[in-house]
Design a protein around this ligand. Structure first.
Ligand code: COA
Length: 164
């Protein structure tokens, strides 16, 4: 049975960089940011699929700007590509130094692959993504490249249960 296509709404979350989130340079520890982005992706995947989902892989993450303690982050996660049970989520992180009233800047972009699971933990079919506008089409193409990269990488990397 083919499920009806649906549109993906972006999920916006806000985080504030506190001292316990920082590294030795009083800027945000990368692992903390990764966790925040993964959490936002999870919620985007869950809201889209209507089923719990797991992170299957993180395809790329570029740290182009260092958020500092006190900065406010807008984390925007959106499903941009769907397969049978998998979703590619694009996450953009905007950073603002609110104390010094600076402009918001795009700090990071990452791509996360999630797989929806049924109540027994097996991959669960999800609705296909509705792709109509030019923006949606170009994001779909970007997501397709991310999915292909993940597939190629898996072919080159030993997997669970595979002998070294
Ligand atoms: C991700 C997981 C559910 C895939 O299970 P699997 O039995 O290998 O599933 P399949 O091979 O049938 O693939 C199911 C889908 O997952 C996708 N997939 C599997 N591994 C993937 C990976 N590493 N990266 C991206 N997509 C992946 C497949 O392309 C397929 O997509 P489709 O249904 O849209 O065609 C399974 O490996 C798992 O549970 N991993 C642990 C996840 C986890 O615990 N994450 C948190 C880590 S802290």
């Amino acid at each position: 049975m083919t499920l009806p296509a649906k549109r993906a709404e972006p999920i916006n979350t806000i985080e504030i960089v506190f001292p316990e989130d920082s590294n030795h340079f009083q800027s945000l520890f990368g692992g903390r940011l990764l966790a925040w982005m993964d959490k936002a992706s999870y919620y985007a995947a869950f809201r889209y699929a209507g089923f719990p989902a797991v992170t299957a892989s993180v395809e790329s993450l570029d740290f182009s700007h260092s958020p500092k303690v006190g900065d406010v982050l807008d984390i925007i996660a959106q499903v941009i590509h769907t397969g049978r049970s998998s979703m590619v989520i694009k996450v953009d992180v905007y950073c603002q130094d609110v104390y010094h009233k600076k402009e918001k800047v795009l700090a990071n972009t990452g791509f996360f692959n999630f797989v929806a699971l049924d109540h027994e933990g097996h991959p669960q079919p999800i609705p296909p993504l509705l792709v109509e506008t030019e923006t949606e089409k170009s994001l779909w193409e970007l997501g397709l490249k991310v999915k292909e990269r993940a597939r190629n990488r898996r072919q080159d990397t030993p997997r669970k249960g595979q002998k070294n």
